[in-house]
Design a protein around this ligand. Structure first.
Ligand code: UT7
Length: 347
C-alpha cells in the first residue's frame, strides 16, 4: 500500500501566489535538559541517546511559560522580522498538539496578546502541523481575501511525558517557531505539497486520557492515561516510509528532482530517521538542515525552528528550492516544496 494513495492522502500542486515566507521568529524556553540530566534519573546513557537519536539536549519550559507564551514570543518576532504590525495580519494559525487548555484554543490567547484583529484557530496535525498550516495558509492567500497569515508551531510536550518513560523522555522538547506567510512572485512560494493521514495507526502515538472519550479521573491519572505513549519502533518504520513517499510525490508534482533541492528541512524527530530517509529520496546530508542535537523533537515547532535557524544562518537564498517534510501522530504526514522568496515585493 502506498502512503500517498488518494483514499488516505490529499494531493496538491501550485497554489496561486501563496507560500512566501516574509519573516520568521523563535520562542525558545530557557530551561535545558541534557543527556546527563536524564542519565541521573533514568536507566539510559548519553552514548545510547546520541547513537540512537542524535540528541544531546532539549529545551523545557519553566514557571510562567506555556505553549501560548512561546507562540507569542515567536509570533511577535516573526511580525517584526517581516516589517509588519498586528493590523497587517489577516489570519492566525497555531499548529500544536499541546494546547494550553482544551477550550479555548491556544490561538485565542495568542491573538489577544499580539493584538491581532483576525480569525484565529488551532490546527491539530501533531508533528506535521506546521507543514499542514503552510498549505492551509497558502490556500487562504489564494482566495485573495487575506494578505498575511501568521503561522506558529508551538509545543510544550515535556508536560505530556511520563517521567518514568525513557522512550519519550529522551526524545521530546519544548519550543516554538513562527512564520508570516504572504503572496509570492510568480513561480515562487509554495510550488507543490502533499498532505496525508492514516488513522488506522492512531494508537501508535497517542495520549489516550484527558479527552472526552477518557476524561481525567483519579483512576485514569493513576494509570498514566494523561501521558504520551509511543510505539517507537513502529513510528520509526512508518515515518521513514511516509517521508520518502510524501517528499518523492511532492517533487514529482512540481516537476523537479531531488537534485534540484537546495535545502531539505525534515521534521527533527530522530537523526537516524533522517539518515534512513536521505538516500531513499536522493538528497545528500550536506543539503539537509539538522538541529535535533540541540532541541530534540519539538513536534509542530521543529520545522519552523529549523527553518528560522537555517534562514538566519544564511543557508537559504532567494530562488532556492526548500523542501519541508514532517510526520507525526495520526499518523499524519505533510510535505511542502517552496521556491524561497521574501514576498511579491522581492521579485
Ligand atoms: O515526531 C514523531 C514522534 N516520534 C518519533 O519519531 C519516534 C520514532 N522512534 C524512535 O525515535 C526510536 O524508536 C526510539 C529513539 C524511541 C527508540 O530507539 P530504537 O532504536 O527504536 O530502540 P528500541 O525501542 O528498538 O529499543 C532497543 C533497545 C531495547 O533493549 P533490548 O530489548 O534490545 O534489550 C530497549 O529496551 O534499547 C533499549 N532502550 C533504551 N536503552 C537506553 C529503549 N530506550 C532506551 C533508552 N536508553 N532511552
Amino acid at each position: 500500500m502506498t502512503l500517498v494513495a488518494p483514499s488516505i492522502g490529499v494531493a496538491g500542486t501550485s497554489l496561486l501566489n501563496g507560500g512566501a515566507i516574509l519573516g520568521w521568529g523563535l520562542g525558545i524556553p530557557s530551561g535545558v535538559i541534557t543527556n546527563a540530566d536524564l542519565e541521573a534519573r533514568l536507566d539510559t546513557s548519553d552514548d545510547w541517546i546520541v547513537e540512537r537519536t542524535g540528541i544531546r539536549e532539549r529545551r523545557v519550559v519553566g514557571e510562567g511559560e506555556s505553549t501560548a507564551t512561546l507562540a507569542i514570543t515567536a509570533g511577535a518576532q516573526a511580525m517584526a522580522h517581516a516589517g509588519l504590525t498586528a493590523a497587517d495580519i489577516d489570519l492566525l494559525i497555531i499548529a500544536t498538539a499541546t494546547p494550553d487548555q482544551q477550550v479555548p484554543s491556544t490561538a485565542a490567547f495568542v491573538q489577544d496578546a499580539l493584538g491581532l484583529r483576525c480569525g484565529a484557530f488551532d490546527l491539530g496535525a501533531a508533528c506535521s502541523g506546521f507543514a499542514y498550516s503552510l498549505v492551509v495558509a497558502s490556500s487562504f492567500l489564494a482566495t485573495g481575501a487575506v494578505r498575511h497569515v501568521l503561522v506558529i508551531g508551538s509545543e510544550v510536550i515535556t508536560r505530556f511525558l511520563d517521567p518514568a518513560d525513557r522512550g519519550t523522555q529522551i526524545l521530546f522538547g519544548d519550543g516554538a517557531g513562527a512564520a508570516v506567510i504572504g503572496a509570492a512572485p510568480d513561480g515562487a512560494g509554495l510550488l507543490a505539497w502533499d498532505l496525508g493521514c492514516d488513522g488506522s495507526a492512531a494508537t501508535i502515538l497517542e495520549v489516550p486520557g484527558g479527552g472526552r472519550s477518557m476524561p481525567a479521573t483519579p483512576e485514569t491519572v493513576a494509570a498514566g492515561g494523561q501521558y504520551l505513549r509511543m510505539e517507537g519502533r513502529e513510528v520509526f518504520r512508518r515515518a521513514v516510509r511516509a517521508v520518502v513517499d510524501s517528499a518523492t510525490v511532492t517533487l514529482e508534482r512540481a516537476g523537479v528532482t531531488a537534485d534540484d533541492v537546495d535545502l531539505f528541512i525534515p521534521h527533527q524527530a530522530n537523526a537516524r530517521i533522517v539518515d534512513a530517509v536521505l538516500p531513499r529520496i536522493g538528497i545528500p546530508a550536506e543539503k539537509t538542515f539538522m538541529n535535533v542535537e540541540r532541541f530534540g523533537n519539538t513536534s509542530a515547532a521543529s520545522i519552523p525552528i529549523a527553518l528560522a535557524e537555517a534562514a538566519d544562518a544564511g543557508l537559504i537564498a532567494e530562488g532556492d528550492l526548500v523542501l519541508l517534510s514532517g510526520f507525526g501522530a495520526g499518523m499524519t504526514w505533510a510535505t511542502a516544496l517552496l521556491r524561497w522568496s521574501r514576498g511579491a515585493q522581492s521579485s
